[in-house]
Design a protein around this ligand. Structure first.
Ligand code: ZN
Length: 244
């Protein structure tokens, strides 16, 4: 997949071979712009993003969260638009581990307290934290949101990207991902990309999101997106959960 946008005569583009399930050309482009050009990101992402194939749920979610418009173009149109900027290409790369807020040593305590403590590290609102637990309940990796300087740096996206950067593989089967707030559509899709198989990961959110962000996500049971994603296992905390 390829993606680009043009801003003030300069072209910003990204290409992704699909070898990492949580990354696409759109996620690399959008997150790369926030990482490399944070001061200009809002203006840059007002421009239409051109892509060479239909958007996945992750791409759609990310465009909703942090960009404005997109268009899918055919190869001829792509070539004519793209090659006119041969001399002014900016390769946009994804965030590095140093910008993905995460820790392998979270505060101790019950998961509720761990998430509450991690939320205090967030930059921007709402404050959100997330933690990945192995089948025995041990925290493997935890993260928090950093949306003050990167609109896409939701806790779950940071967690997914940090996990893959560290391990280059899906989460262990039987893991649980706890999130302090119900995931938005972008994060829900990213979490499932990390899951390997939908049955490999249980998703637990601790607070309902009253806003529109979590509507139309693949974590809305019975929805088309949920069915298409393989009917992932999710529950809210603590009512539907086994744990105390
Ligand atoms: Zn999110």
């Amino acid at each position: 997949m390829k993606a680009f946008l043009v801003h003030q005569g300069a072209l910003y583009h990204s290409e992704c071979d699909g070898s990492q399930p949580h990354r696409t050309a759109v996620t690399d482009l959008v997150r790369g712009i926030w990482c490399l050009f944070p001061g200009q990101a809002l203006s840059l992402l007002r421009n239409r993003i051109y892509v060479d194939c239909p958007l996945s749920p992750v791409c759609e979610g990310m465009i909703k969260v942090a960009a404005k418009r997109f268009a899918v173009v055919n190869p001829d149109e792509w070539n004519s638009r793209f090659t006119s900027f041969t001399g002014a290409r900016n390769l946009v790369s994804p965030p590095t581990l140093s910008t993905l807020t995460h820790t392998r040593e979270p505060p101790s305590g019950a998961i509720k307290e761990v998430l509450a403590d991690l939320k205090l590290r967030s930059e921007g609102f709402p404050r959100v934290s997330a933690a990945l637990l192995d089948p025995d309940g041990r925290v493997l990796l935890a993260s928090w949101s950093r949306t003050a300087s990167d609109r896409t740096a939701h806790a779950e996206v940071n967690l997914v990207e940090a996990w893959f950067t560290l391990h280059s593989q899906s989460v262990p089967a039987g893991s649980s991902l706890h999130v302090s707030l119900r995931p938005c559509a972008m994060c829900a899709a990213q979490i499932l990309a990390l899951a390997g198989t939908p049955s490999g990961l249980r998703i637990v959110f601790h607070e309902e999101d009253p806003g529109p962000a979590s509507k139309n996500s693949c974590l809305v049971p019975g929805s088309d997106l949920w069915k298409k994603a393989g009917s992932p296992d999710w529950r809210s905390w603590p009512a539907d959960s086994q744990e105390e």
